[in-house]
Design a protein around this ligand. Structure first.
Ligand code: PEP
Length: 253
């Protein structure tokens, strides 16, 4: 049985104090949510305090990126997975489409960051997803397959225990356009078969695959009804504790 994961990506929003305030509001709003794992990803500067203030709660903290390098050294501007672990994070989002589109992230760097994340004992939320022209030209699965092949290259069955996949069609991120539950299910099923082919059915059955792209309190229910959707990676609607808690509490109707 896969435990769902509802993760909030706060992107480059919220100064330190506001991040802490939202995290604390969320802490009480989701205190009874045992049906899923709750994760929030604030900006780097707020991570340590948010982790400290959420200690003992059921809300885990993720970073939004990490360095490809694992050893301390002359890497100006980079933050290693080990440092994120030290700050109290349990997860790292890797290969978000905004990083792929605007900051030169490649399948190779996603792979290195994923390995760095695992080496530090953290869980990687590895993002994949096609652009609109890929979907319109019938190449969505081909693109996602390439991202999975490159990003997860060389990982073992035991590595896969700490991998969460987030399928985020780029055309649905921040646009208000959600993939239909059917479209999302189709790609999630494809991703699960890809994992089964590489690592066996048991691993595929245990891997959580999240959907991301304009998830809101109004559409989470129908997405979660799909067989292969095991949670959500939420951007805009995770910025308010109230709306994010409604998504977390989707099971209450
Ligand atoms: C995201 O940033 O991962 C995302 C899915 O954003 P939004 O929910 O705003 O579309």
């Amino acid at each position: 049985m896969r435990k769902p994961v509802i993760a909030g990506n706060w992107k480059m929003y919220k100064l330190h104090d506001e991040a802490v305030k939202t995290a604390l509001e969320l802490r009480s709003l989701v205190a009874n949510a045992n049906h899923c794992e709750v994760v929030i990803a604030p900006v780097f500067t707020a991570l340590k305090t948010v982790c400290d203030r959420l200690e003992g709660s059921n809300v885990r903290v993720s970073a939004q990126d990490c360095a490809t390098e694992t050893e301390q050294g002359a890497h100006t501007g980079e933050v290693s997975a080990e440092m994120l672990n030290d700050a109290g994070c349990s997860h790292i989002i890797i290969g978000h489409s905004e990083r792929r589109q605007f900051y030169g992230e490649t399948d190779r760097s996603v792979n290195l960051k994923t390995r760095a994340c695992l080496k530090s004992g953290l869980t990687a939320i590895v993002c994949v997803g096609e652009m609109l022209p890929d979907r319109e030209s019938g190449n969505a699965e081909k693109v996602v397959k390439e991202q999975l092949e490159g990003g997860l290259d060389g990982l073992t069955v035991s590595d896969m225990e700490r991998i969460i996949i987030a399928y985020e069609p780029v055309w649905a991120i921040g646009t208000g356009k959600t993939a239909t539950p059917g479209q999302a299910q189709e790609m999630h099923g494809f991703i699960r078969s890809f994992i089964a082919e590489k690592h066996g059915k048991e691993t595929a059955d245990q891997t959580r695959i999240l959907y991301g792209g304009s998830v809101k309190p109004e559409n989470i229910g129908e997405l979660m009804d799909q067989t292969d959707i095991d949670g959500a990676l939420v951007g805009g609607a995770s910025l308010s504790a109230e709306s994010f808690s409604k998504i977390v509490n989707y099971n209450l109707g």
